[in-house]
Design a protein around this ligand. Structure first.
Ligand SMILES: Nc1ncnc2c1ncn2[C@@H]1O[C@H](COP(=O)(O)OP(=O)(O)OP(=O)(O)O)[C@@H](O)[C@H]1O
Length: 504
């Protein structure tokens, strides 16, 4: 449908083993336009863009640029052709400076020596063209995530990038950083770059994209101008059915009103992460901590799990004052946690899906104190594979690292749901998860609360709050700025509270 595409993909097929993931995908992206690529977890989005970026070799199909077919046999070839994939996990070189990172791999040299002046000049020129000001000599490792992403984009442009691919770029960005990224992307569009943008957020599609494309089970099922489609149509194309969007209205068991808190913080502080936080969650209650990156919301949640020390004030769990030095202490006290950084902290990468679901706790503790049988693994697998709609080969033995990102996330969440801990702490439980699975996750969290768990959810996504919160605490720069209850938990009140004090 795109009249003069810059990037044109035809008939791409890709299998892993005997499972075909892409079944002949066609896709066009015009120069100077943004194409949003959507699809449920496991639909094949990352696989497709990795093929386009030369990171995976397709079994069949053709990739053409400006009408000329090319054999994009590896990443270096893709780069030479101007195709750049900006990864979710930043791939910069942290000890090197901003300027060096921007010209990474193509440093101007003379007689074997890097010419620093030229490096800085090139970097400055690219950053200026993006309308961004960054300290050229600072190590990239000292920058914030959003700034590091800008360095990646600048590097792509310095390398003559003409087609930029973003894979869920805003997943871990603050509101202000997201706005800045959108400005940069709008600038890229104006200078004629073809942009392919993977996202799970429909609001981003309607704000940013010119066209939208939906991948379902390895087939393109919708490719339209954004102005010609509605939200419902896009969602339906993704999941192949109408999705019930609302599910709230859960009654907090009346008796919980009188019960003592299952978990409580009183004037608790941790380093410079958060200060003077009060929190009390009774059995059967869901309390959300809402705040953007840097607000301290996830750190408060993780402190309840022993991942950050509470160095002033108190933490009480099950009526007992405690001081967790390590997650193992928290687990022993009946606390379960889905931490923010799943890749590093929550997944046993070289284990199967079933093992990951049934693993009772953190690595070492699991080995020391508990014994997981194949039988219990199979039960856990059946229960959560279906309830959370985990897309895998329906093989409990499949290695978790071969699952798509969103499905890995569901497995890690399923583990804690399986345990049914009396205190459950969840950090960004729906990050990277598709619209259908979101509802499944909300349902699972609500049903745990109904069975008497005290649930704390730290999130930067207001939809999580609207769907889950009996009480919503809003945090800004490490402090509580508002507390909303029941009917008062509405989007306007949340964003106003979270935005009122932020000025970065
Ligand atoms: N190396 C691999 N080995 C086996 N299967 C794989 C491998 N990489 C991906 N897959 C499978 O391919 C399918 C598509 O995965 P892909 O990562 O492309 O999905 P996605 O649409 O990007 O999902 P998400 O939104 O969760 O990131 C999944 O079923 C996944 O399990």
């Amino acid at each position: 449908m795109t009249e003069h595409p810059f990037l044109s993909v035809r008939g791409i097929r890709k299998s892993f083993g005997d499972v075909e993931v892409l079944h002949g995908v066609d896709l066009d992206v015009a120069a100077g336009s943004v194409l949003a690529l959507l699809g449920e977890n496991g639909a094949g989005k990352s696989t497709l863009v990795r093929v386009i970026a030369g990171d995976l070799h397709p079994d069949a199909g053709e990739i053409a640029l400006d009408g000329t077919p090319h054999d994009v046999r590896d990443v270096a070839t893709a780069r030479r052709l101007g195709i750049r994939l900006i990864y979710q996990e930043i791939s910069d070189a942290p000890p090197l400076s901003v300027a060096e990172n921007i010209v990474l791999g193509a440093w101007p040299t003379r007689h074997g020596f890097v010419r620093n002046g030229e490096t800085r000049a090139t970097a400055r020129k690219v950053l200026d063209s993006l309308g961004v000001n960054l300290p050229l000599d600072s190590p990239v490792g000292s920058l914030r995530l959003g700034e590091r992403q800008t360095v990646e984009i600048a590097r792509a442009l310095a390398g003559q990038g003409r087609c930029l691919i973003f894979d869920e770029p805003t997943a871990a960005l603050s509101d202000a950083e997201t706005e800045r990224l959108f400005e940069v992307i709008n600038g890229l569009r104006e200078r004629g770059v073809a942009i392919l943008y993977i996202t799970h957020r429909l609001d981003e599609v309607f704000r940013l994209a010119d066209e939208v494309c939906v991948l379902r089970d390895g087939h393109i099922v919708l490719h339209e101008r954004v102005s010609a489609v509605g939200k419902d149509q896009v969602v339906e194309a993704m999941v192949g059915r109408t999705v019930e969007q609302r599910g709230r209205g859960r009654e907090v068991p009346a008796a919980t009103g009188d019960q003592p808190a299952m978990v409580a913080l009183e004037r608790a502080s941790s380093g410079d992460a958060f200060t003077d936080v009060d929190l009390a969650v009774r059995p059967g209650e869901i309390v959300t901590l809402y705040g953007k990156v840097g607000s301290g919301a996830s750190e408060v949640a993780e402190a309840i799990f022993g991942m950050h020390p509470v160095d002033r004030g108190t933490l009480t769990v099950g009526g007992r004052r405690t001081r967790f030095r390590h997650p193992a202490d928290a687990i022993a006290a009946g606390v379960g946690c889905l931490p923010g950084d799943r890749q590093r902290e929550a997944m046993f990468r070289s284990r199967s899906v079933a093992e990951n679901l049934a693993a009772p706790s953190w690595g070492g503790i699991a080995r020391a104190r508990a014994f997981v049988t194949r039988g219990s693994e199979a039960v856990a697998y059946r229960r959560w594979h279906d309830a959370l709609g985990i897309r895998s080969r329906d093989d409990p033995e499949q290695q978790i690292w071969t699952l798509s990102g969103g499905n890995q996330q569901k497995v890690v969440l399923g583990r804690w749901l399986e345990r049914g801990s009396r205190v459950l702490v969840l950090v960004e439980p729906t990050r990277g998860v598709d619209v259908g699975a979101r509802q499944e996750i909300y349902r699972a969290i609500r049903s745990l609360a109904e069975r008497g768990s005290a649930v704390v959810v730290a999130t930067s996504d207001y939809e999580d709050v609207i769907e889950l919160a009996d009480r919503a605490i809003v945090m800004v720069r490490g402090r509580t700025v508002a507390e909303l209850t029941g009917e008062a938990v509405v989007v306007e009140a949340l964003t106003q509270a979270a935005g009122g004090v932020i000025n970065d």
